[in-house]
Design a protein around this ligand. Structure first.
Ligand SMILES: Cc1ncc(COP(=O)(O)O)c(C=O)c1O
Length: 367
């Protein structure tokens, strides 16, 4: 086997639901995950009836070219069907772009850290370096995971712009696709709540899309996933309640003296001096188990348990301990809250609450 770079680190997943349930002492069916920037529940369109016909034909391969799905995506994205490339999630498309553009000895440029780890993994898998002059491909994460920021589009070309959280900000590089070597990567895992189906798409100029498709697996997306995605596009979930909740929660954090970064996603990134201390405090005061895995604090909250707990404990934040925050009602829109130290290494942990008030311990992945 061709050796990987000595510093290569494969993607690390959070513990599965069965492990989360075991740690929390609850049934796996009670675990709702908020640690991967995904909605906790499926869309109404993701129901057995949606896929019943597809299941009846599941002995055959998905139909050539996924015409209904690519037509629906093209209509949603405002492009032509020939501009659409399918993949088993955004991850698959990141890997596809890396192998289409780069090989050993090439350079792939990454977004500034911290960012989604798969760009580096993809570069290393194809044997490319991630620093150096004249990159053959540049990845951009817009908005960025984990900061939630929406930075200016890099000038470099070819450019693969990961728009996994596009629906929460509305900004897109799609208008550039026809005239420039820009590829937009999107996913059904976030707003469309289909992470388990593993489905995403790229938008590219027709000739580039053809080249990408030539390098893609012959049938990269399962028929069931394709059917669910078609139904989700017809349903078109509304991101506005989550955006409102994001802003409400950001205001609650600001009232505590914290300074969450402006987010264009479905999570908040909150710089603090001592992420471990912040993470520990809500655990103790609100009985929300948190597990620390490395050095990045990643709290997930439904409603304001974390905010209230931090306030109640007088958490040492930027300048002064905070002792009070107004109680605000629980809402149905949970948010991931990332705690990042201002200086030095990040620490990360997270907690998860299960609907009905049952908290569940949760690990972390890099999502
Ligand atoms: C920026 C970014 N890109 C891609 C992905 C992966 O998405 P998918 O589930 O479609 O592979 C994620 C998932 O968290 C992400 O945050």
């Amino acid at each position: 086997m061709r050796p990987l770079a000595p510093e290569f680190q494969a993607y690390q997943w959070a513990p599965p639901n069965s492990e989360v349930a075991r740690l929390a002492g609850i049934d796996p069916s009670q675990v709702l995950r908020f640690d991967q920037n995904t909605p906790p529940l499926p869309l109404p369109s993701s129901r057995p009836g949606t896929i019943a016909g597809t299941i009846a034909r599941v002995s055959g391969y998905p139909g050539g070219g996924y015409i209904p799905l690519r037509t629906a995506i093209a209509e949603y994205a405002g492009v032509e069907i020939d501009n659409v490339v399918l993949g088993a999630g955004g991850d698959d498309l990141i890997l596809l772009c890396a192998r289409a553009y780069a090989g050993p000895g090439d350079v792939i440029a990454l977004p500034p850290a911290p960012t989604y780890p798969l760009y580096k993994i993809a570069a290393q898998l194809v044997g490319a370096a991630t620093d150096g002059a004249e990159p053959v491909l540049t990845f951009d994460c817009r908005p960025n995971n984990p900061t939630g920021s929406l930075d200016p589009l890099p000038a470099a070309r070819p450019l693969a712009v990961d728009e996994a959280y596009f629906e929460y900000c509305g900004e897109t590089a799609v208008p550039l696709v026809e005239s420039e070597e820009v590829i937009v990567l999107r996913t059904f895992s976030k707003l469309f709540a289909l992470a388990g189906a593993r489905i995403g798409y790229a938008i590219a100029r027709r000739d580039i899309a053809d080249e990408l498709n030539a390098r893609q697996a012959p049938a990269p997306v399962g028929a069931v996933a394709a059917e669910l995605a078609i139904a989700a596009l017809a349903f078109r979930p509304d991101p506005r309640p989550e955006i409102e909740e994001r802003e409400r929660l950001a205001a609650a954090f600001r009232a505590l003296g914290l300074a969450p970064l402006e987010s264009h996603t479905n999570f908040l990134f909150v710089p603090v001096e001592d992420p471990r201390g912040v993470g520990d405090t809500p655990v103790q005061s609100a009985w929300l188990p948190v597990k620390f895995w490395t050095n990045l604090a990643d709290l997930v909250t439904q409603g304001d348990h974390v905010v209230e707990a931090m306030a109640g404990e007088g958490v040492q934040v930027a300048r002064a301990p905070v002792r009070h925050v107004d109680a605000v009602p629980l809402t149905q829109h949970p948010f991931r809250v990332r705690m990042q130290p201002r200086l030095g290494v990040a620490a990360r942990a997270q907690h998860l609450e299960v609907a009905g008030g049952m908290p569940a311990e949760q690990g972390f992945g890099d999502r």
